[in-house]
Design a protein around this ligand. Sequence first.
Ligand code: 13P
Ligand code: SF4
Length: 341
Amino acid sequence: MSARTVATAPAWRDGLEHEYAALIERLEPLVPCLELPLHLPWIDAINALKRERGAVIMAHSYQSPEIFHGVADITGDSLALAQAAADCAASLIVLCGVHFMAESAKILAPRKTVLIPDPQAGCSLASSITAADVRALRAQYPGVPVVSYVNTSAAVKAESDACCTSANAVQVVEAMGSAQVIFLPDRYLGSHVATQTQVRLILWHGQCEVHEKFTAQEARHARERFGAKLVAHPECPPEVLAEADFVGSTSAMGRWLEREQPERVALITECSMADNLRMRFPATQFIKPCNLCPHMQRITLPAIHAALRGTQHAVEVPADVAARARHALERMLAVGRHEAA
Ligand code: 13P
Ligand code: SF4
């Protein structure tokens, strides 16, 4: 069955509402109330299959609340998910996120089976650059190290010296020990990193189709109309970041909220993020944008169920590409470990 085929929902069984009372209470403010009876049988069936198969479900911060709160064992930003894939003991991982995230998990955990519920879940940044483009950049700038954002294909990672995420980009760029670094593919993340380091960055022209839509005027409106603090993802255009009180990865946003406890906050990022953070910060009012990532939205409860039931959509990476890409990813993880040490 294709992940886009409409699947028949598992039957409602007696006691479901009682068993999931705590989850229902958490989800009620986040999903339209009429949707809950549709989600619960899927959540229950997925959790049963998960136990039976000894699987671990990982979900990115942009996954919808019924996935993030209903079935995920591990949640976080792309760095946290990559680290979890490398460290987790389960031999079956279902990665609820976009394709490059599942590919990174497979590269870091080559002996594990990594399933992506919908293999069409792409990313405009990952599709903005090819391995041949990276080789051409290297020819143009001989000897200059290449740092690739994890939002890239395995083939691009394989051509790179190190990977980074928005959470560790500055540290990784500086760990290259070079006055110049080729930084790809996100030109907005790259120009933000360039404001935080002396290293000269040579940028590519990729953009996130979700974050590029935000404008400085929208950001100012949120502050002036609602008195909200502004928290932005570094994939936003520079004029938006210039308005922000804080710029950081999806996990760093949560840590900032913990520290600052603002009365009102506007999250200038994919809109599921606000749903997933709201529960942790009941005293904060969230001004939620409506920019959804169409790729993240391809992951649904029926698609997760189908992937688990049929062990379908296992991610595969050719061994030679995987070995070189792993080197770039491990170099990134080593930078994180040194920072934490
Ligand atoms: P994080 O690295 O913050 O999880 O972001 C990944 C992403 O795709 C943002 O659009
Ligand atoms: Fe890619 Fe943007 Fe979607 Fe993140 S939000 S997965 S960068 S398209």
